[in-house]
Design a protein around this ligand. Structure first.
Ligand code: URP
Ligand code: ZN
Ligand code: ZN
Length: 462
């Protein structure tokens, strides 16, 4: 089916102009001030975009959908996560494969892929977590890279669970360098957190408000510095996920100054929520427990400024949905048992628009760059994804900046039973979202096809 988007303000990371976009066979084939109607195939889907923006489909470089974690499983599957993503303008997801330490990497890769295959309506790919590294599984990582997964994930946090020893981290990063894949990393010092958690619990400090004090900014900055030291020794390209605070941003930028190839991701909860949310009474704070934790408000401006200056490359979500009623409450008697994560897959783009663009903190092109183009470039998806140009996939978001509404559980597709942004004013929303030329969302409603999403094979580019 052909698609014509007429008269929108087309905004990419580098351009801003008004025109028509035409797509056939899933691909953008014409971009012109006004496309001659005689060139439009009979029966084409025509979307009137006058007065609206047209963005490239947004990419979320950091999500968890199938996630066995902290004694439970994240609440979404690819059906709910796809609907939520698309309603929020995100057309491509990069999910973290997070196996247990006893699992074989290839088996985990096949399992995660099988979860997506039948239910995805978005296009998707994965970062492959390395949670142990023994010589005999080295070959499995080579196979996974050959199968199209061109990025690894490591955890310097979560002692006794996903955390890698320094020896294994070094070997993982050496292999990544050899294969040309980038290493994405959760940077917090696991041992320091473990010790702090134990002393807080021993002092009877068990509520969600103590999660933050158990992982202060310096612990995150230390993790960033540590990873970057290995990257400096080995030449491996690294990407720090969910960078939450000024000391961590500074540690990464200092490494970049020394010549380390390091990129910074921050995630939407850290831009708009602060530590006071995790301190809400009546255990409400558990809804806001994630790692790294929500920080003092002053850090938010550092993140917005970092995106504006392009020091921070991407804005993701770290979508990790856990229900409040029966999952977050697993930590009623101790904050270390509260499953970590704040669902935001549907809200990310609208929050960036509402709190960033509409307040004048961020320009539209910086928004597109951080929420789409940079992820495509860093992870080998560009220019098929992350761009509006001839030959790109027709993943397009027709965005109504004049829409006024509210965020809330009522209009969210995630299986989580709460919305971290409940009742907040919302400025703007996608009025139509296409994936490879097919309309998947109209006016906030999913109208697409479950199972249509494709696995995106990626070549090593680092
Ligand atoms: O709190 C978080 N971030 N939960 C998901 C796991 C991770 O660390 O990314
Ligand atoms: Zn993490
Ligand atoms: Zn994560």
């Amino acid at each position: 089916m052909a698609l014509l988007i007429r008269g929108g303000r087309i905004i990419t990371a580098t351009e801003d102009f008004t025109g028509d976009i035409y797509a056939e066979n899933e691909t953008i084939t014409r971009i012109e001030p006004q496309i001659d109607p005689r060139l439009v195939a009979p029966g084409a889907d025509v979307i009137e975009a006058r007065g609206k923006y047209v963005f490239p489909g947004f990419i979320d470089p950091h999500v968890h959908i199938y996630l066995p974690f902290m004694g439970t499983y994240a609440a979404d599957d690819y059906e709910s996560a796809s609907k939520a993503s698309l309603a929020g303008g995100t057309t491509t997801l990069i999910e973290m494969i997070c196996p247990g330490q006893a699992d074989e990497p290839v088996t985990a890769f096949e399992l995660w892929k099988s979860k997506a295959e039948k239910l995805a309506a978005v296009d998707y790919t994965f970062h492959m977590s390395v949670v142990r590294f023994e010589p005999h599984i080295r070959e499995q990582f080579r196979e996974i890279v050959k199968a199209g997964v061109a990025s690894f994930k490591v955890f310097l946090a979560y002692k006794g669970a996903l955390n890698l020893s320094d020896g294994d981290l070094f070997e993982t990063m050496r292999l990544a360098k050899e294969l040309g894949v980038i290493v994405t990393a959760h940077c917090e010092n696991a041992d320091a957190i473990d010790a702090l958690q134990k002393s807080l619990l021993a002092a009877g400090k068990t509520g969600p408000e103590w999660h933050g004090p158990s992982r202060p900014p310096i612990v995150e900055a230390d993790g960033v510095h540590h990873l970057c030291t290995f990257a400096e020794l080995l030449g491996t390209h690294v990407y720090i996920v969910h960078t939450s605070c000024e000391p961590a941003v500074r540690a990464a930028l200092a490494a970049r100054q020394r010549g380390v190839n390091v990129w910074i991701e921050s995630v939407i909860p850290h831009f708009v929520l602060d530590e006071t949310y995790a301190a809400k009474g009546g255990f409400e704070g558990a809804k806001y427990v994630m790692s790294p934790p929500l920080r003092a408000k002053a850090n938010q401006q550092v993140l917005w400024t970092g995106v504006k200056s392009r020091d921070i490359s991407t804005i993701g979500t770290d979508h990790a949905p856990f229900r409040f009623a029966d999952q977050k409450t697993m930590g009623k008697d101790g904050f270390t048992k509260i499953p970590n994560g704040i669902p935001s897959i549907q809200e990310r783009v609208d929050l960036v628009h509402t709190c960033g663009v509409a307040t004048g903190r961020l320009g539209l092109q910086a928004m597109v760059d951080a929420c789409s183009t940079q992820a495509a470039k860093l992870f080998g998806l560009y220019p098929k994804k992350g761009s509006i140009q001839l030959g790109s996939d027709a993943d397009l978001v027709v965005y109504d900046p004049g829409y006024h509404g509210k965020f809330g559980k009522e209009c969210s597709y995630s299986n989580a039973d709460y919305n971290a942004y409940e009742g907040w004013e919302r400025r703007g929303r996608p009025s139509a979202v296409t994936v490879r030329g097919q309309v998947q969302v109209r006016d906030g409603e999913f109208v697409g096809t479950i199972g249509r999403g494709q696995f995106l094979r990626r070549e090593p580019t680092h």
